[in-house]
Structures are given as structure tokens and as C-alpha cells.
Ligand binder design. Structure first.
Ligand code: SAM
Ligand code: CA
Length: 238
């Protein structure tokens, strides 16, 4: 994506009726409960030219709830950036929990790493610098990984979401959950082609196609939640 204006960032981050309502949720329920390491990571990410890529804290709060309800231990993170969702997961899963974290670029991860280390959760993270598709195929080469993961969070290149889904359906255990991020794509999924701002255009069609694919997939129970930029929660049912 190219340069993004402040107005457009707000569009990405909140899908509620107004910015005021979104800020109300953040100020009332999310920020007062956000842990110090996560706040610190969010703040250092704020000065990054691609800060808009960080997971929305309201979605993060919900994900932490889900991780606890699932009692997730063995997890996958596709798309790390500076590590907001990664740190959130690392702080939430138990001491013996593990995260296989995949990103093709280690540079952004290095920005968040000192905070992750300070929070003493780096031992839970196995960072793999790679294209996610080949890393997932590598995981699948080991039969022991099949049906062994409790949870996955997918937040990388939108055009590959369908490919990641196929692999995750093998890696997740039955009852395991995968969350796909940005599935409402700034609200553009419900716009006519002419209305869509330029910066959203390239990924809109992949997201539209992926949403349809998920809705028709009998292997998952599904919930499409308008938090952050839209997240789709899929529970593997067989
Ligand atoms: N979840 C992150 C957070 O909370 O800050 C944000 C992830 S950011 C939206 C997307 C990340 O996906 C980028 O760091 C980018 O390098 C990575 N990425 C893009 N294409 C990828 C691919 N094919 N394989 C692995 N990572 C990829
Ligand atoms: Ca995202």
C-alpha cells in the first residue's frame, strides 16, 4: 500500500458509526485494561511509517479473551510486523505455551523485540523469517504438527488467505480456532467499485473472494465480527 492519509487510517481502524463512538470504546474499556508492555509497543509503533498495520487494540482485547477461553498453548502467528498481536498472544498463553511466528521481514519484529524481552515472554516465541506459505508447508512436512495447533492469527498478504486457510485446516486441531484479520477491509467490502478509495483497491477483491470462500466452507464454524478492521473467527469442526 502507498502513503495513507490520517483520515484513511481512522477509516481502517474503526468501523463503528463514528470516530467518537470508537474512541469511547477504546478509552472506556480497552486502554484502561491494556497491559504496560502492549501500550509501550503500540506507542513505539505509532512513529513507524506503517503504524496503521498494527492490530487494533479493541480486536486485541477480544483475541486475548478468546485465547483464555480456548486455553490455547500451541499457536501460529502469520504476519508479525512490530509484534502487537504477537506480544498480546505471548502475554496471554501459559508459561509453556509456544508461538510459531512467521514474517518475511525481521526488521519490524526487531523494533518490538526489546519490549517482548522485557516482558519476559520471548521464550514462547519461535520467529521464522520466511514467506508464510513455505513456512506452513515446512510445518506440514512434520506429521506431528498435523492437527496439533490450538490457535492461529492470520494478518499478512491478503491474496494468500485462501492458501493459508487450506494449510491451517490441516495444522489446527478439531476445535482449534483461526482468526483472519482485516476481513471488512475498511468497510470497502460493502462499497460499489467506484466508491472504493484507491489505497483499498488492490486487496478488496481478494478479501471479497476469501469471505465468500469461508462462508461456504463446512469445515469451520464461523463468526464475522466488526472489531478493528473486521475479524473472522473460524473454529475447525472436522
Ligand atoms: N499482526 C501485526 C501486528 O499486530 O502488528 C501486523 C501484521 S502487518 C498487517 C502484515 C505483515 O505481514 C508485515 O509485517 C509483512 O512483512 C508480513 N507479510 C506480508 N506478506 C507476507 C508473506 N507472504 N509471508 C509472511 N509475511 C508476510
Ligand atoms: Ca491487520
Amino acid at each position: 500500500m502507498g502513503n495513507i492519509t490520517e483520515h484513511e487510517v481512522k477509516d481502517i481502524r474503526g468501523l463503528l458509526q463514528s470516530d467518537e463512538l470508537y474512541n469511547y470504546v477504546l478509552e472506556t474499556s480497552v486502554y484502561p485494561r491494556e497491559s504496560e508492555p502492549l501500550k509501550e509497543l503500540r506507542n513505539i509503533t505509532d512513529v513507524h511509517p506503517e503504524a496503521w498495520m498494527g492490530t487494533a487494540p479493541d480486536a486485541g482485547q477480544f483475541i486475548a479473551m478468546l485465547l483464555k477461553l480456548l486455553d490455547a498453548k500451541k499457536t501460529i502467528e502469520i504476519g508479525v510486523f512490530t509484534g502487537y498481536s504477537l506480544l498480546l498472544t505471548a502475554l496471554t498463553i501459559p508459561e509453556d505455551g509456544k508461538i510459531t511466528a512467521i514474517d518475511l521481514n525481521r526488521e519490524s519484529f526487531e523494533i518490538g523485540l526489546p519490549i517482548i524481552k522485557k516482558a519476559k515472554v520471548d521464550h514462547k516465541i519461535d520467529f521464522i523469517e520466511s514467506k508464510a506459505l513455505s513456512a506452513l508447508d515446512q510445518l506440514l512436512n512434520d506429521k506431528e504438527n498435523e492437527g496439533s495447533f490450538d490457535y492461529a492469527f492470520v494478518d499478512a498478504d491478503k491474496g494468500n488467505y485462501g492458501n493459508y486457510h487450506e494449510r491451517l485446516m490441516k495444522l489446527l486441531k478439531v476445535g482449534g480456532v483461526v482468526i483472519y484479520d482485516n476481513t471488512l477491509w475498511g468497510g470497502t467490502v460493502a462499497m460499489s467499485e467506484e466508491e472504493v478509495p484507491e489505497i483499498y483497491k488492490s486487496n478488496r477483491k481478494p478479501i471479497l473472494g476469501f469471505n465468500k470462500l469461508l462462508a461456504a466452507d463446512p469445515r469451520v464454524q464461523l463468526s464475522h465480527v466488526p472489531l478493528g478492521d473486521g475479524i473472522t473467527i473460524c473454529r475447525r469442526v472436522y
